[in-house]
Design a binder for this molecule. Structure first.
Ligand SMILES: NC(=O)c1ccc[n+]([C@@H]2O[C@H](COP(=O)([O-])OP(=O)(O)OC[C@H]3O[C@@H](n4cnc5c(N)ncnc54)[C@H](O)[C@@H]3O)[C@@H](O)[C@H]2O)c1
Length: 402
């Protein structure tokens, strides 16, 4: 069989622990035999981040800006235990945070839907993608505890020294206080990434805030989305046959539960944080959640939503076989290959990635799956397999499709 050619390299960001083991297996078993893989490789494993003083993370993000598409393995975000375990020079920052800051991106999370793993919400038939704004609000807040008898005011000092003041509260008894902010430019980037992602995946876009209560703050989000839609995206959405729809967050929640899925739900930072966990759990498993970071310039970085599956890695190190679910990491690869194929006009590469996704879904629907899914699956006959056997089974299905 002739291997499929690529013209532009994918930015490949390797990672840590069990997902690093899965990473190599996916490449060896399912990609390298079929694709003449071109990647620019960055080792974001914790050891190499430490050795390069985290420069490798920065370099990989810059390469993503240059080439447009990256695929990333899960990585350890060090805490005090990890500093000891890896004898680190410093408690390096989260690589995802660093990459997100450089690409100014929005994260879209969507579940992989398979027969037999039924969503807890019985009418959900298609995936629901959550787009979460990743800047500001409560995540960059300023908080204080306030003693009785204190007066709290919001003060804005402008460039010319003049002030705007508003009374927050006259505290007769002790209480608490919180200041939040956001930036128009960041909201615009978020809105743009959402509209572009809706177009590229041909799904309707919903956006919700609490603008009836928050008449300046949340209303600003609503206005920025609306203005950008009218100015740049309305016609493109009509041509693509998709819709943009704004509603109050409480109405959105009710509609989401009654819907059959198949759309993108854009949420402010906190709403997205909470709702993505709710949607992930209701769809079945964190190991089946895909994640893609999309920048306003249309740069894409694909990854799994889960972490490095540390517990399985320690078993692996002891020589034990694990039954780790590779689906989300595999879909990070297929997502990136498809996008590269689309951008470079390589229909063969797109078709290969689609077949690989089909083969992996068929494998699970035929009853062959890892332990995490076997516990959830309603299929009458199922076989639990180890990490590598699952990928070998996917390969058998793939060969039939090619
Ligand atoms: N995007 C990322 O790179 C990312 C995200 C989250 C956590 N992390 C890192 O991962 C490490 C472990 O973190 P954690 O334990 O909180 O998260 P985790 O996602 O690795 O594991 C959470 C739970 O889900 C299970 N699980 C997750 N993925 C699975 C899979 N593919 N197959 C089977 N079971 C799976 C695990 O066994 C565990 O019980 C930490 O060092 C953290 O910093 C990285």
């Amino acid at each position: 069989m002739n291997k499929i050619k690529m013209s532009t390299p994918l930015v490949e960001m390797d990672g840590d622990e069990m997902t690093r083991i899965i990473w190599k297996m996916i490449k060896d078993i399912l990609i390298l035999p079929y694709v003449d893989l071109k990647t620019e490789y960055y080792d974001l494993g914790l050891k190499n981040r430490d050795a390069t003083n985290d420069k490798v993370t920065y370099d990989s993000a810059m390469a993503t800006k240059k080439y447009g598409v990256a695929v990333k393995c899960a990585t350890i975000t060090p805490n005090a235990d990890r500093v000891k375990e890896y004898n680190l020079k410093e408690m390096w920052k989260s690589p995802n945070g660093t990459i997100r800051a450089i690409l100014d991106g929005t994260v879209f999370r969507a579940p992989i839907v398979v027969k037999g793993i039924d969503p807890l919400v019985s009418n959900w038939k298609k995936p629901i993608t959550i787009a979460r704004h990743a800047y500001g609000d409560v995540y960059r807040n300023v908080e204080m505890t306030v003693p009785a008898g204190a007066k709290a005011e919001l003060v804005v000092t402008k460039e010319d020294g003049s002030e705007d003041r508003a009374l927050v509260h006259d505290f007769k008894t002790p209480g608490i206080l919180q200041g939040q902010h956001n930036i128009d430019q960041s909201i615009e980037s978020f809105a743009k990434a959402c509209f572009q992602y809706a177009l590229s995946t041909k799904q309707d876009l919903w956006f919700s805030t609490k603008d009836t209560i928050s008449k300046k703050y949340d209303h600003r989000f609503k206005d920025i989305f609306n203005d950008l839609y009218e100015a740049e995206f309305k016609q493109k959405f009509e041509e693509a046959g998709i819709t943009y729809f704004y509603t109050l967050i409480d109405d959105a929640v009710a509609r989401v539960i009654r819907s059959e899925g198949g759309y993108i739900w854009a949420c402010k930072n906190y709403d997205g944080d909470v709702m993505s966990d709710m949607v992930a759990t209701a769809f079945g498993s964190l190991a089946m959640m895909t994640s893609v970071l999309v920048s306003p310039e249309g740069v894409y970085e694909y990854e799994a939503a889960h972490g490095t599956v540390q517990r399985h890695y320690y078993k692996h190190l002891k020589g034990e076989k694990t039954s780790t679910n590779s689906m989300a990491t595999l879909f990070a690869w297929t997502g990136a290959l498809k996008k590269r194929g689309e951008l470079d006009h390589l229909p063969e590469l797109v078709s290969f990635a689609e077949k690989l996704e089909t083969a992996s879904i068929q494998t699970i629907e035929n009853g062959i799956m890892t332990g995490d899914l076997a516990g959830l699956s309603t299929l009458p006959k199922k076989t639990t397999v180890d990490t590598e056997t699952f990928l070998q089974e996917v390969n058998k299905s793939l060969l039939k499709l090619l």
